[in-house]
Design a protein around this ligand. Structure first.
Ligand SMILES: *Cc1c(COP(=O)(O)O)cnc(C)c1O
Length: 388
């Protein structure tokens, strides 16, 4: 049999980390102690009260049956109440909220609802790789809008050619941002709404990190701004806020017609998130402040330790006000990939080359501070001894 992959997967860009992965295994086999700071997956367990809610809900046979694709009304209501309390945004739980099996699932399915083959969709680069991949999977044409240091890693909407903007159907935006850790203020979101209205573009704002912010800073929801709900939706996740990456629960909120479109795709593909996980999600959202300050304090301490290390070594970065990432510049004369490879062979530290997030990530690497604090301290010690 001559089995061929479909173009949509055969044409995916080559896996950028293959070389680093091979090197990592080789060094591990030799007994080198590898400090892998490349993956953004919190090391801290899910809070006890949420785990207990899951245990109890798992015992209830009602929860063993198929859930509804759009999520339990009680879960969607808890989401709407949390949005009201946290952002002052009113949402109708029946039409403006849909539960997701992790926000990645919702992000990946959204282009299927809004793109016809050949339609352009905008996304920011460097960024979460799911944006361009899911646009391509839907037959759309991804158009990268660069995030540059001189613009504070915000997209310069005015630089998008008018003919591209006119043809674009949707745009992925993400603040607080992974991988640059940049944050957006109200002025940016107002501009984004104007841009969306002018060109009739659905804004898909990925807000996975609004609760992971430092020094008392409280990031906004895109939906807080006038006209936002007419032009877009927002993805949220319990993964990062509550250390629940393995649980697979998130949600999308905003424009009713857009949420309905995503729901139509989902009802034909999946059958919703395990209800016991939704019940635990309700517990998380209703008591979202439990332990949050403590978790933020841990990540802030790690950020400070790592950034102090970068200062001592003389590598440039902007101090992250949110997310658990540090995005820093590689030494002059090296590419992101070369620096990452060199760092690995000389120190055993694994970082993600910026180009893993798109071509405009060149010149940078990302570290994640989702590893125990002692390891971060060790990484900084090794960094200080390394020669670049
Ligand atoms: C982690 C992450 C997500 C997805 O998280 P889920 O676990 O799928 O909810 C979405 N967007 C960004 C930018 C992320 O970093």
């Amino acid at each position: 049999m001559d089995l061929k992959w479909a173009k949509r997967i055969a044409d995916l860009p080559p896996y950028l980390f293959a070389e680093i992965d091979a090197k990592k295994s080789e060094m591990r086999a030799k007994g080198v102690d590898i400090i892998d700071l490349s993956v953004g997956d919190p090391d801290i367990p899910t809070p006890r009260h949420i785990v207990d809610a899951l245990k109890k809900a798992a015992e209830d046979p009602q929860n063993h049956r198929y859930p509804s694709y759009e999520g339990m009304l009680s879960f969607r209501t808890a989401v709407a109440e949390w949005y009201k309390e946290r952002f002052g945004v009113e949402l109708d739980p029946k039409t403006e909220v849909v539960a997701l099996i992790g926000s990645k699932e919702g992000i990946a399915h959204t282009p299927l609802a809004f793109l016809d083959p050949g339609d352009i969709a905008l996304y920011t680069d460097p960024g979460y790789p799911v944006y361009p991949t899911s646009i391509s999977f839907a037959g759309g044409v991804p158009y990268a809008v660069p995030l540059l240091k001189e613009n504070g890693f915000l997209p310069d909407l005015g630089s998008i050619p008018a003919d591209i903007a006119k043809k674009a159907k949707m745009m992925f935006v993400n603040y607080p941002n992974n991988p640059t850790a940049a944050v957006a203020d109200g002025g940016f979101y107002e501009e984004l709404v104007d841009f969306a209205v002018k060109y009739n573009i659905l804004i898909c704002h990925d807000a996975a990190y609004t609760e992971m912010a430092y020094e008392g800073y409280k990031p906004s929801s895109f939906l807080q701004f006038d006209g936002a709900k007419e032009t877009g939706i927002e993805f949220h996740s319990l993964s990062k806020t509550f250390n629940m990456t393995g649980w697979r629960i998130g949600f999308a909120v905003g424009n009713g017609k857009a949420i309905g479109g995503l729901g139509k795709i989902k009802t034909n593909i999946d059958s919703g998130a395990f209800q016991a996980v939704q019940v635990a999600g309700i517990e998380a959202l209703k008591n979202y402040k439990i332990g949050l300050e403590d978790r933020i304090r841990i990540f802030q301490e790690r950020r400070d330790i790592f950034c102090r290390g970068l200062d001592e070594v003389g590598l440039s970065y902007s101090k992250p006000m949110a997310t658990f990432y540090v995005w820093f510049e590689v030494p002059a004369g090296l590419t992101s990939k070369d620096f990452s490879a060199k760092l690995l062979s000389e120190t055993g530290i694994v970082v993600t080359p910026g180009t893993g997030f798109g071509k405009y990530g060149e010149g940078y690497v990302r570290v994640s501070t989702t590893f125990n604090t002692d390891r971060i301290i060790q990484a900084v010690e090794r960094l200080k001894e390394a020669k670049f």
